[in-house]
Design a protein around this ligand. Structure first.
Ligand SMILES: Cc1cc2nc3c(=O)[nH]c(=O)nc-3n(C[C@H](O)[C@H](O)[C@H](O)COP(=O)(O)OP(=O)(O)OC[C@H]3O[C@@H](n4cnc5c(N)ncnc54)[C@H](O)[C@@H]3O)c2cc1C
Length: 381
């Protein structure tokens, strides 16, 4: 029988040494051999295990997207551009206090609070930011503590490590808020038949996904902020639609606008190798809204895609309990979202071929995948 290379060595070769690491934390928290430092996974000790969750759950090790879609979603709901799609909605939290703290409409805050209060979950892994812009995943079990983790941290978060650690605690039904790379790690966990993975998967009760264009590298972004906002305390950051070409940084001394051209060099290089704009491997996914009313109105609303029966039931419950307000989705929004999602897939394939140096070698993705095979290889617009 041929011996397989240790999982840790394969992870190093395929992901850590090739610059594909997303910093999601999937390889951290299950064993003593990995840690997350600043915004990257770091190997602390060598490990000879042939099969390891570090490699199996990493979103950038070879991934069979077709079997993940088949295992986790109703095939009748699958669309090539956006993954499973049961409905598209425009929503916001009904409570103005929630909206005031939130990034956009506060839909994620409202849904996670509802899931905790109704006992759908008994803990939620949130991402929190620190003064120096580093991020950390935190398990929250009391709805009153959710407020500390609202808003978007554009620096990549090792939140999956917090989930891995939480699995060893008292919480039995854990919800997570996840970017697309984190959600893909959870999807790989769910479909990993190894007993220790299934024990963890049994505790993963809800995945709320976030749309994501890219995330920032902590080192570059903190350097840029130091230069642009000096000693002012950063309260929140946001990126309006691309036509504005800026990042808005709200500080205790006023709002600073940073041209997007200065922010883009801080984007993690691995984000160009991501195929997923709308967080396809979630129960439901939330992003900012778009309508003809313009950004000043839209920034207070969210666009929501429901993907599973559970995601749809949570949204229905939020409507029934009055936690969310709904607005009509403008005609054309779905097609615009699909076009943006396809562009990200095509750019990803182009980047993977640049990295591999070979047409048809998509590193962690398979050119036999029916969706990417159809959409991915056309020219990027
Ligand atoms: C890196 C990043 C890039 C994004 N890019 C886009 C985009 O291109 N287009 C778009 O429409 N939307 C994007 N979003 C999503 C958007 O910023 C909002 O999170 C979303 O609209 C939900 O708004 P809300 O008011 O419901 O959030 P809130 O109610 O404020 O809740 C926000 C939730 O996000 C969690 N969170 C914050 N930062 C992170 C992180 N780094 N990783 C994981 N979870 C986190 C918080 O813990 C909280 O649970 C991005 C989000 C992130 C984290």
């Amino acid at each position: 029988m041929t011996k397989t290379e240790p999982a840790q060595r394969r992870l190093r070769e395929q992901v850590l040494d090739t610059g594909l690491c997303t910093g999601c934390g999937a390889c951290v928290g299950n064993c003593p051999y990995f840690e997350h430092y600043r915004d990257a996974a770091v190997v602390l000790h060598a490990c000879d295990l042939e099969q390891g969750r570090c490699h199996a759950h990493c979103p950038r090790t070879p991934t069979d997207l077709e079997s993940l879609r088949g295992a986790l979603f109703d095939l009748r709901d699958l669309t090539p551009e956006l993954g499973a799609l049961r409905g598209l909605y425009l929503t916001r939290a009904s409570d103005p206090a929630v909206r005031a703290r939130a990034q956009h409409g506060g839909t994620v805050s409202a849904l996670t609070a509802l899931a905790l209060k109704e006992g759908w979950i008994d803990g939620l892994v949130q991402t929190r930011g620190q003064e120096d812009q580093q991020t950390a995943g935190t398990l929250v079990t009391d709805p009153a503590d959710l407020a500390g983790g609202t808003g978007t941290r554009f620096v990549a978060s090792p939140a999956v490590a917090a989930f891995n650690r939480a699995c060893r605690g008292d919480a039995q039904r854990i919800g997570v808020v996840a970017t697309p790379c984190q959600a893909l790690a959870y999807a790989k966990l769910r479909t990993n038949p190894a007993p220790e993975a299934q024990a963890q998967a049994g505790k993963l009760a809800l995945v709320i996904g976030l749309f994501c264009g890219w995330a920032l590298s902590w080192r570059e972004f903190s350097h840029l902020l130091g230069h642009r906002v000096g000693r002012a305390r950063v309260l929140s950051t946001d990126i309006p639609p691309s036509r504005y070409q800026r990042m808005e940084v709200r500080t205790d001394q006023g709002t600073v606008e940073i041209p997007l051209a200065e922010v883009l060099p801080c984007v993690r290089p691995n984000c160009a190798a991501c195929f997923d704009l709308t967080c396809e491997f979630a129960d439901l996914s939330v992003g900012s809204a778009r309508s003809e009313q313009g950004w000043e109105v839209d920034r207070g609303w969210n666009q929501v895609i429901t993907r599973t029966e559970q995601g749809e039931r949570l949204l229905d419950l939020a409507r029934e309990k009055g936690c969310l307000e709904f607005r009509e989705v403008p005609a054309g929004n779905l097609e615009k979202l699909k076009a943006a999602a396809v562009n990200k897939k095509r750019a990803c394939i182009r980047r993977l071929e640049e990295l591999s140096g070979a047409p048809g070698d998509w590193l962690y993705l398979s050119p036999d995948d029916p969706v990417l095979g159809e959409l991915g290889h056309w020219d990027v617009k």
